[in-house]
Design a protein around this ligand. Structure first.
Ligand SMILES: [Zn+2]
Length: 343
């Protein structure tokens, strides 16, 4: 039984870990069973090669990674500039920036976990190029790369892809992490994420995989049951700083984690993945450590983690599981991927 509060040093908040709640009686709704594997090409998929998108544009007959401007952008260069001034103390500004879509593969039926290492490296190289190019735009203060995977997080199209929001502001979570990292170095002379890696290595129970230059672990302060961080060991502010050998190691760690996810319940494991990268507004972010965070919404195969009183009402997480136990589960689910394994 774990029943305690753990400090989240990046988010600067407490996480309540009450792992004895996991087995409490449950009589709520459950998610639907996952659909069978889709075909490799779907004629009405807006991401498959050669197909027409809602904008009327045709996708290229692409063979590898394919990037295009989002047809339904949340931020964009065409955002209206002549806003109606709001009443009283309220403020508004144009939602300028750029929204992009990145297809991982021309194949509709594969996931990031099932791509070959070289294909994942090609994707990471694309993320490097997009971060550099978008980040260099004068109006762009931050580049958020993220993937929503699965119906549990609102995505019905399984074609493997992620999105990029290049915005005129810095997302809140990054702002908090940047400030926590900066203050930690000021107060201790040390790097926050390096000390997190050191603590994880010292404990060892939550590490999923480690190679020469990359590491993956469920952090001590995880908020979601299977929350996982994948990071280079060297402190760099963004993925753009990584050398080819570091990209290769990062790809290996990513694949290892994703296969464990899918193998755990023999289903495409839903998650929100986000690259945590330094802002591109010209500031000094030497204390910030680029890393990738996975937030899977499920606690059990058909049971969502609901955000309720503590999370929505109070702004802090209550975790029903201990990351030590969940890491043990994931560690026992390593490769090969269940859909590729020979019977
Ligand atoms: Zn498709």
């Amino acid at each position: 039984m774990t029943w305690e509060e753990r400090w989240h040093p990046l988010r600067q908040e407490w996480v309540i870990v009450a792992a004895h709640r996991q087995h409490r009686p449950w009589s709520g709704n459950t998610l639907q069973e996952q659909a069978p594997r889709p075909p490799a090409y779907v004629s009405d998929c807006y991401l498959c090669p050669g197909n027409v998108r809602v904008s009327g544009q045709h996708n290229e007959h692409y063979k590898g990674v394919f990037v295009f401007d989002n047809d339904h952008p949340a931020v964009g260069p065409l955002a209206p500039r002549d806003l109606t001034p709001p009443v009283g103390l309220y403020r508004a500004r144009p939602a300028s920036g750029q929204a992009r879509v990145v297809c991982y593969s021309p194949r509709h039926d594969v996931s990031l976990a099932e791509l070959e290492i070289e294909e994942i490296v090609a994707l990471l190289s694309t993320w490097q190029a997009e971060y550099r190019r978008l980040g260099a735009e004068p109006e762009v203060s931050h580049v958020l790369v993220f993937e929503n995977r699965g119906e549990a997080v609102g995505v019905s199209n399984p074609h493997p892809h992620c999105q990029i929001y290049a915005t005129n502001f810095v997302f809140r979570t990054i702002e908090v992490e940047v400030e926590a990292s900066r203050r930690y170095r000021l107060e201790t002379g040390r790097l926050l994420f390096q000390d997190i890696i050191a603590a994880e290595a010292q404990d060892g129970r939550r590490i999923l995989v480690e190679n020469e230059s990359a590491i993956a672990f469920l952090p001590y302060f995880a908020r979601y049951a299977y929350e996982t961080y994948v990071a280079p060991k060297r402190t760099v502010p963004s993925i753009a700083e990584l050398a080819p050998n570091e990209l290769l190691d990062l790809a290996g760690a990513l694949k290892h984690v994703l296969v464990c996810f899918d193998n755990l319940w023999k289903m495409p494991f839903p998650y929100v993945m986000a690259l945590h990268q330094a802002p591109t507004d010209g500031g000094n972010y030497g204390a910030f450590h680029f890393h990738i965070e996975f937030h899977p919404p499920l606690r059990k195969p058909n049971l969502l983690k609901y955000l309720a009183g503590p999370e929505i009402g109070g702004g802090c997480f209550l975790s029903d599981t201990a990351p030590e136990e969940k890491a043990l589960e994931l560690r026992s689910a390593k490769g090969p991927h269940y859909r590729q394994a020979q019977p």
